[in-house]
Design a protein around this ligand. Sequence first.
Ligand code: ZN
Length: 464
Amino acid sequence: MGIRSAFAVMAGKFTAKILHILGRGATSLPGVVTLKICPDVLGALAKNIKVICVTGTNGKTTTCHAITDMISANGYTFLTNGAGANMLNGVVGCFMDAATVTGKVRRDYAVLECDEASLKNITKSFKGLDVTVVVTNIFRDQLDRYGEVLTTLDLIQKGLAFVPDATLCLNADCSLTSSLAESVKHKKHYFFGINCGFENSSSTDISDAVYCIKCKTKYKYHSSTFGHLGDFYCENCGYHRQKPYIAIEQVKAFKPASAEVTMSIDGKSYDTEITLPGAYNLYNGLAAAIVGKTIGLDDETVISSMKKLTTPFGRMEHIPLTDKGVELILVKNPAGFNEVISFLTAHCTGEDDILFGLNDNSADGTDVSWIWDVEFEKLSVRIAEITNDKQTFFFTGKRGEDLQVRLKYAGFDTEKFRLDKDYRTLIQTIKSTGRHTYMVLSYTVMLAFRDKLGEVVELKKYAR
Ligand SMILES: [Zn+2]
């Protein structure tokens, strides 16, 4: 490490220390200071480390978490950033946390969640290193972020162009993501996917990629899972889904916190359990599995690691607020919210209350009209079958009223609605019910609400 980058690391560490003494939590300032002194400090810090970048619209955090579960269970050391630190400053900050004062990072792997738009700023420093990039999927995010899906695809392409020797792990079921295998010409690429499709999948109702990326003909599907994900093909030009190297062949049972599945690795079948809740998390489990293979783990190790995966901050995090507990679920965009709706439709009973929380800060999306693309109708039909007198739907956040209106139109019984914008009193109300509650919250509601929950119950600490 050169004198300049060593000095930059020292200055960054010093800034972090001062902030800590002042009682200020994680901020991007140490990363900013370090980058100011030495703009290419990241390359110097990452020199002797293998890098795994995870990007895509949905599932980045859960996938990173699953990868770190797997590599730590197999004796490797790692550093990782968090959802709130997935841009360049945050990535530099997490390397600096792990570095010695002389700028040495003694870890086997860096598992990095990378914001799609920031990927290029991050991979720029990783030229010539051992890099794996996972692309989970590409969906339309909130309306006011990054524009259309093709813009996101283009941003990811730019990021991949900096690391032409990287190994790519791509979602075969996403027609946008899998097109990267051709457009970026990386030699090493592996696909993961779900071969069996799901009943009641929503591909016909909502899609962010209706038309063929090559010839604009409408895609057809042999089977589908969520949104535009599935076994797609184009009748006109022949563009079609690639055969996955790792796949789910069959789902034997969905349980509230896991799924029993038959998985295949390079054509060989294995029965296992993926211990992540919700059908949508199967993709995140597969993404972790494929990374396991690319770093050299054998099939049996990968398969048994699937049984020990855990969920990260805000992704179906169980909190013992009541006897039966509550589950925190983060929602960021229509596709992710629809996956949560599918989960609730399958698992919610009359004994479960639901809290919906929405803000319109920039991290949530300032235009909340995207909630009209969420299929609350599906859940409403299910709720009408199972509901009882005790069931309550709570609403909170700056735009709680908008959600109320949306759910009213979806057919929910407004007699069961209860709006409370004061997180502390709302938490006490829910606590006093003693009931199990699913808490479905947008990003900044989640952060603030979880903080207030921490005043009442002990919470797991997450590396941020
Ligand atoms: Zn076509």
